[in-house]
Design a protein. Sequence first.
Length: 553
Amino acid sequence: MRRIVQTIAFRLFLLIVSVQTLVLALLTFAVLRVQESSLMGNVQTSAIRVSEMIRRATRHSMMYNRNADVDGIIAEMSGEPGIEGIRIYNKSGEVAYSTMPSELHSRVDVNAEACVSCHPGSGLENPRPVSAELSRIFNAPDGHRILGLITPIRNEPQCSGADCHAHPPSRTILGVLDVKMSLAQADLRLAEASRELLYASVAAVLLVGLISGGFIWLVVRRPVHRLIRGMQLVSSGDLTQHLLSTSQDELGQLARTFNSMTQELARAREEVTAWSETLEEKVRVKTADLERAHRQMVGVEKMASLGNLASSVAHELNNPLEGILTFARLLVKRIGRSTLPPEEAKPFVDDLTLMADEALRCGNIVRNLLVFARQRGVSFQSVHLAEVIERCVLLMNHHAQMHNVGIRKSCTGDDLLECDPDQVQQVLIVLMVNAIEAMGATAGRDEGGTLSLDLTSGGTDGLIRLVVSDTGIGMTEETKAHIFEPFYTTKSDTKGVGLGLSVAYGILERHHATVDVESAVGKGTVFTLTFPVKQPQPGVQQSNSSSVEGRHA
């Protein structure tokens, strides 16, 4: 009950019923007053007619002084329904005729209310004309109301001019007719009318209350209850609620707004759910990116340290190696000019030649170290990268045929690149040599393979990508992590010292290029070189420069 009392529908219903009850109460009161006034007016009019009729009926008998006739007429009239009593006062205020014998010959006080109402301030002369103002209402001893009407008996010319008349013409009033009529029947009718009107008002209140209650229940309570129920379900997490909104009123607009809100909430929750489901994957990707960036930083620092070390070692070894090479060649010449027989001199010459060759090989290693450590000047110019690729293919074609390797190239888009073509060619030669040897007999394979060079220009990002891929033996993750380190090699013979990719890395770094490596054992290797079309101005830092990444294919 408390919840019902606190609802808006109940308060609205209570307001309507209260206002209706007040209005009907005021209307009932006004109708009762009007009805009472109308009924009393009719009663007073009837009383005036009855009084006038008695006066006319007794006029002739009183003119001829027939007292018995007057008594008979009054007695007959008193038997009519509603007449309580009839009295006639003479000019002295004495009761001359009455329906109550006990009142005969009694006098009335001329200052009483009944007399003053007819003769205000003028004694018994010049009374007012007969009207409702000469009536009075008082209560009988048994409690019912009585209407008393005073009718003056005037000294008419027919009476004052007669020979038998004892009153001069100057006396205008000869007496007073006092008629008392019961209002019990009128009060009963008024009470019955009041009860009927009250019952009708109560019935009207109940009917209008029932209709207004039903209207409020259908138009206000039910839509509001559905809206509250929908909000409760939405607050509990059920966003599939949809309210009917057929009406065009405020509640219909509210229902449509609620439906739009739940749809937006459902869509937002789906987005949040989808985002949370992929959050773990995003975290894993970001973690991998951070680890890759960390490896890049470590690789850059390691390469810088190795470059400094290589430069120092190269300077320290270069002079001793030059001396060994020089004296070995000098000894060979001296032995050739000596008197030793050729068969005796041959072992010494062979040993010295081997020493000279090894010293020369060590010198080449030292020079590669200097190339790796030093960043010699770069001569940038705009060239077509396809032409550089074509020169590399011509240079490596014979080497590829010897290892039963086919070369496939593809160039699409605008390939104009700002670079040092000789250094870019050196990078491609290193990658192509490694790829051919990974597919040739040196890798223990007889079937050969295919070396692919695919060039694509960047479009809107301003980059050119060159993909060098092979179908060789591939690399392990451990090998892939060290391929750009100096002196790291997987070749079993003495032809490689592990500086080719290190030198290529330095060249790419100076060109602000990136290299991505994808490889798996038995599936080949893919190097993706990404060059900026235009080299940055001095002092402008490039976010993609010197980036080396290795990803498992």
